[in-house]
Structures are given as C-alpha cells and as structure tokens.
Design a protein around this ligand. Structure first.
Ligand code: GDP
Length: 365
C-alpha cells in the first residue's frame, strides 16, 4: 500500500491529525516529544465507484484501497545532529513514498510553540534544513566510498560523483533534491543514495477551526502557498481538530457536518487524493460476488504487474486479463450485460491498465 509519512515540528497538530486517521485515540498531549514511537494508521481511499459496483454485484464485502500513514515524531531543530529524538526519525522517513509536512497555522495560547511564536515559513525552513543536513551526511558517506572506486578506474563511479557534487552545491543553497531537474540518467545514478529530500511533499497547513472557511485571505496559509508554489509541492489546508471530529462520524453524518461547515470534502480525503495524484497512482477493480475491491497501481502498469499486486502467483502464471471499463460495466448492469454488447476485452501481457478497469485475471498455478 501507499505509505505516507507525517512530519512536522512538535505541537503543530500531527498527533491530532494522526488520531483522526486511526481513530485509535493515541495520546495527543500538549507536550513536545510526546509521540515517540512511529505509529502506523491505515485509511481507506474514498471512491464512490465502489458503491456503484456493489449495487450491481451485491458482494459479501467491499474492500477499498488503503493508504498507510506513519506518524513520524521527533523532528526538531538539530535533529540531524542528534537533538530531540535524534536520528530515529530518519529511517522512518526513508521508508515512505511521500511526506505530509504539517505546518502550524493556528493560533492558540494554550498550545506552546517550540520556537515561541507562529511562523510557518521559519518552521518549514527548519524541517527542510534538517532533512537536507541528513541527506548531506548520506551523500558525503557515499562520496567517500566513490573516491576509492574512482581510484581503481570505475567510470560509473566518476559519473555518480559528478551528480553528487552538483547535488551538494544545491544543498548548500538550501535547495532540496526534489526541486532539482535531474536528467533520467542522473536520477538513475542517484538511486545509490536514499535521499529524504527527493520524496514528494504535501504541505498540510493546519488552521484554526474558525479559519477553515476563509483560507484565501489567511496570511499564514498564503505564506505556505507561496513556498509550495516555488517548490512545485502541494498544499492542503486542514484543520486537525475538525478532522478529529469528523473521524467520529458515520458517512451520512460526515456529509451533513461538512455541508454545515461549507466544505466539499474533508481535509483528510483531500490529502489522500493529493498523495494519489502526486505519486501517479490509479485504481483498478475486481468485482465478484465475494467482494468488490479497489487496487492501487502506478499509472502505465501492465496487466501482469497489476495482477501481481493481488498475488505474486497471478503475475507469475499470468495468461490473460478479462477487462471491462467502469462505464461499460455500470451502464450495462455488470459483466454479463457488457459481454453481450461485446464490451469485455481479453487483454494480454502488454496491456496497460486504465483507471477504473474492472478485471478478472486468468492465470496458471
Ligand atoms: P504534535 O506534537 O505535532 O503531534 O501536535 P498535537 O497533535 O499533539 O497538537 C498539539 C496541541 O495542539 C494539542 O493540544 C491539540 O489539541 C492542539 N491542536 C492541534 N490541531 C489543532 C487545531 O486544528 N486547532 C486547535 N485549536 N488546536 C489544535
């Protein structure tokens, strides 16, 4: 499943947001360093198409796609040098596909700010700097190895060294790896170092519950918008407090509550959608009487690899995929109707999956 790490300074609302995610009610105390262990929470990817499919198929259960959120605490000024919880957070960030960077944009006298007052720009810079410093460490360690390899005549090592030198120059200017336009060859060379700042970032601007409706003229948010624009990153205004309240509601109540607030969608749903598009992901479905289920794959995935997300045996023994588009399926009241109209295709190994495809894989065991 897609893994997203939640980072940010202490007391910006990470745990509140994370609790909304898990509903598990883990601690959310007004105290820096209170969330020590990285926690993993799983949320469903909202997708109305599942309901429509279920109406037709009447399955025993519906299984939506899932996103894993990891609460990564301990990122403070000096963390890369061992401050706060020190370097623990680094390994957890290395394991995620994307980063949600929670930025405090809410005023609340009862909630201390580690730096004394609210300043989203400074906070973002602080976190970015720690990630850059961590990357610089990793790059320097790699460079030391490369020096030896170059001495023994390794051409590839020399090429890698050139890219890393370029990267270090950018790091010195405070520029993260995801902001640099690398060529495909350079990107390939960079794979030898697991760079934190290469990961796509979504800024979650955590606003006060009273501001969620007028984010356009909110100066804190606008300063985050400006940073996101420069970095070509995403920004989603959220109110962690409201997300926590929404998490307690059922589907119908949630709709009414959002309407009352004048919102189309919850911040969490927006985050999930944003992470999906940021990472170039899409969904295909399996629809049987046992279950109707959504599966997550990268765009441009071929049928056998898509089958592999269900089970490795499906990929290994792949013969064919029986494919019908979502529209053809729903407009013809299911597989049989679509088949009568000749809308069910048999696709082979080269078929590139399309968003919303409903698939039945045929395979050898
Ligand atoms: P973390 O250290 O980043 O995990 O921050 P927490 O989630 O523990 O939040 C710190 C404090 O800020 C808690 O007392 C929360 O209740 C409060 N808080 C978090 N989000 C909001 C919000 O959107 N509005 C308000 N008013 N308070 C919030």
């Amino acid at each position: 499943a897609l893994r997203v790490g939640i980072v940010g300074l202490p007391n910006v609302g990470k745990s509140t947001l994370f609790n909304a995610i898990t509903k598990a009610g883990a601690e959310s105390a007004n105290y820096p360093f209170c969330t020590i262990d990285p926690n993993v929470g799983i949320v469903h990817v909202p997708d109305d198409r599942l309901k429509q499919l279920a109406k037709i198929v009447s399955p025993d259960r519906i299984v939506p796609a899932a996103v894993e959120f990891v609460d990564i605490a301990g990122l403070v000024r000096g963390a890369s040098k061992g401050e706060g919880l020190g370097n623990q957070f680094l390994s957890h960030i290395r394991e995620v596909d994307a980063i949600v960077h929670v930025v405090r944009c809410f005023q609340d006298e009862n909630v201390v700010h580690v730096e004394g007052f609210i300043d989203p720009v400074r906070d973002i810079e602080t976190i970015k700097m720690e990630l850059i410093l961590a990357d610089m460490d990793a790059v320097q360690r790699r460079q030391a190895k490369l020096t030896g390899m170059i001495k023994s005549g390794d051409k590839k090592a020399k090429e890698e060294q050139t890219v890393l030198t370029k990267l270090m120059e950018e790091f010195d200017k405070g520029i993260t790896a995801n902001m640099i336009d690398f060529t495909p060859e350079e990107k390939e060379l960079l794979k030898s170092v697991s760079l934190l700042t290469l990961k796509p970032v979504i800024y979650a601007a955590n606003v006060h519950e009273e501001s969620i409706n007028h984010v356009e003229n909110h100066s804190y948010i606008q300063s985050v918008v400006e940073i996101a624009r420069m970095e070509k990153a995403e920004i989603i205004p959220v109110c962690a407090q409201i997300e926590a309240e929404i998490a307690e509601l059922d589907e119908e109540e949630k709709g009414l509550f959002l309407e009352e607030l004048g919102l189309k969608e919850s911040g969490l749903d927006k985050l999930i959608r944003s992470a999906f598009s940021l990472l170039g992901l899409m969904t295909f479905f399996t629809a049987g009487t046992m279950e109707v289920r959504a599966w997550t794959i990268r765009k441009n995935t071929r049928a056998p690899q898509a089958a592999g997300t269900i089970h490795t045996d499906f990929e290994r023994g792949f013969i064919r995929a029986e494919v019908v588009s979502y529209d053809a399926f729903t407009e013809n009241n299911g597989l049989n109707g679509a088949r009568e109209k000749g809308l069910v295709r048999l696709e082979g190994k080269e078929y590139i999956m399309q968003d919303g495809d409903i698939v039945h894989f045929r395979f050898n065991v």
